[in-house]
Design a protein around this ligand. Structure first.
Ligand code: COA
Length: 163
């Protein structure tokens, strides 16, 4: 059984993340989406809200789990779970330096776990959660980029229709 985790802040979860998840499911038997804390970010949605919107968004997928992870090193969590791989999406060159730093540090901390980078479809190359938050907050239509449950959370948060 090949198991991997796909960690991220997912604030919010987008079709770009789903694209990476689907690619990962072609390689691994089971993926756990780990909603984690990035100490550099102040999220719009609470960790509970992010877990909820992701659970609703991936409800139709088999072999996908969603869990939260706060206060600790992700690599220690991965080790405790017994997974051998960490999935990360790589969209463009700009992602590379940051991802390289995290992957190398994680490998230094625990060499048995490998970070696997997957490229989402080109149409998501310039998609980020920040841009979704900004456009949705100003009333723009983001329905091409986020699954319906996430759209509902955004509408509720910004109190207007985003479509
Ligand atoms: N499609 C669209 N957007 C994507 C994407 C894809 N396929 N893949 C990544 N992104 C975007 C995200 O939307 C996000 O955009 P934003 O910065 O505008 O919010 C950005 O790229 C990356 O965010 P995300 O993938 O959600 O995760 P992150 O980089 O915030 O996550 C953690 C980093 C949580 C994995 C990392 O901080 C961590 O491991 N934390 C735990 C503590 C720890 O162990 N720290 C030591 C690390 S060495």
């Amino acid at each position: 059984m090949r198991r991997a985790i796909y960690p991220g802040t997912f604030d919010p979860f987008t079709y770009g993340h789903i694209d990476v998840l689907e690619r990962a499911l072609n390689i691994f038997d089971e993926i756990t989406l780990v909603v984690a804390v990035n100490s550099q970010k102040k999220p719009l949605f609470t960790i509970e809200e992010r877990v909820e919107m992701i659970q609703q968004s991936v409800a139709s997928y088999s072999h996908v789990q969603v869990e939260r992870f706060e206060g600790g090193l992700l690599i220690e969590h991965a080790k405790a779970m017994g997974v051998k791989a960490i999935i990360r999406g790589l969209r463009q060159v700009a992602d590379f330096e940051y991802e390289f730093q995290i992957a190398l540090m994680n490998r230094h901390l625990y060499p048995e776990i490998t970070t696997v980078f997957l490229m989402p479809n080109e149409k998501y190359t310039y998609l980020t959660s920040s841009i979704i938050r900004e456009v949705a907050s100003l009333g723009g239509d983001v329905s091409d980029f986020v699954p319906p449950p996430v759209l509902k959370f955004l509408e509720h948060r910004f109190n207007h229709q985003t479509k």
